[in-house]
Design a protein around this ligand. Structure first.
Ligand code: BGC
Length: 336
């Protein structure tokens, strides 16, 4: 009998502990002298992305640096695995868990409507990052839904990065025309085509050359989905098919440029001598390659500036301040 009472007591105690555990995660005012805890939900489109890994790690460490005796940020970061259905579930969980603010890197910007609406309806401030949602006609900023003091977009204007890529080539002594036939023959390796960064970088890199009065010829334009392996495969195939005709390899990001660089070396070509190669992001290894000539240039996609801006605006929202619709961070040209 004693044993039974002890068991029942232990059970009741355990229940109490579980209940207390739940209670402490509630975003309520804490007793005097204790820190107030905010629950922050961060949904990343895919952990397996070089640039977004830097971005996500910086988001986390910057939040950690803001913890102090009076306020704590309890940050949960989830991997959307490039699957919109998975991300929608994660967002629904964030809402059920009562997140105080959500930072969202959409898998599919075309699904922005529904996701944003559910977060707004739940009264949770939302900071969209890295993938700017577009309006219904797909060609202008998503002013409709952002016209709400609890939703904003923090990012960089991809037109600028594309323009810088084109300028890096236009500013070379031969303006990218290695074989002197009066035109720049290039291949383009694109990121996820639904992503405005991919669309603008593709368009504006070439536009910068044309605007500089340079004639261009597109030999091939393919989708590499931001991935290094695809960048390598596409470049290898194009080098086999077009050989010396290829003068410039434009990659929408550095991960694909890393793949392209490997294919260029494997084909016995030399960047800076018989071919040019540009990317975007300024990953550490690519900045090094620019320094030692293995890449012609890249463009800094400032993950530190963007992640800090996203956190700062999230914190301001937690303090009840209204948001602007857009917060822009500049790109920076990187050459030798
Ligand atoms: C970066 C890419 C990254 C993509 C993810 C872009 O801004 O340049 O490297 O893969 O964002 O959405």
């Amino acid at each position: 009998m004693k044993k039974l009472i002890a068991l029942v007591l232990a059970f009741v105690l355990a229940l109490g502990l579980v209940a207390c555990g739940t209670a402490t995660t509630e975003p309520t005012e804490q007793a005097a002298g204790e820190a107030k805890t905010y629950k922050v939900g961060v949904a990343i489109y895919q952990f397996d992305d070089n640039f977004m890994t830097l971005y996500r790690n910086e988001l986390q460490s910057y939040f950690e640096s803001l913890n102090n005796d009076t306020v704590k940020y309890d940050v949960t970061i989830v991997d959307g695995k490039n699957d919109m259905a998975e991300q929608t579930n994660q967002i629904n969980n964030f809402i059920t868990q009562g997140m105080d603010v959500i930072i969202l890197n959409l898998v599919q910007t075309s699904s922005a409507d529904a996701v944003i609406k559910s977060i707004v309806d739940a009264g949770i401030p939302l900071v969209l990052i890295n993938r700017e949602p577009l309006g219904d006609n797909g060609d202008e900023s998503y002013a409709g839904i952002l016209d709400n003091a609890t939703v904003c977009y923090v990012g960089a204007d991809a037109r600028q990065s594309g323009t810088y890529q084109g300028e890096i080539i236009a500013e070379l002594a031969d303006h990218g025309d290695i074989n002197g036939d009066g035109k720049v023959s290039y291949i383009m390796i694109e990121g996820d085509p639904e992503n405005i960064d991919a669309q603008y970088r593709t368009e504006f890199s070439v536009k910068a050359l044309v605007d500089a009065g340079i004639e261009v010829e597109c030999l091939d334009d393919q989708i590499g989905n931001w991935a290094q392996a695809k960048g390598q495969e596409i470049t290898a195939n194009d080098l086999a098919q077009y050989g010396d005709q290829i003068e410039v390899v434009f990659c929408n990001n550095d991960a694909m440029a890393l793949g392209a660089a490997a294919a260029i070396t494997a084909a016995g070509r030399t960047v800076g001598e018989d071919i040019y190669l540009v990317g975007v992001d300024a990953l550490d290894e690519c900045v090094e390659m620019v320094q030692n000539g293995q890449m012609t240039g890249t463009v800094l996609n400032d993950h530190i500036g963007q992640s800090h801006a996203a956190v700062d605006v999230a914190v301001a929202a937690l303090n009840g301040e209204p948001m602007d619709n857009y917060y822009w961070v500049d790109y920076v040209k990187v050459t030798k």
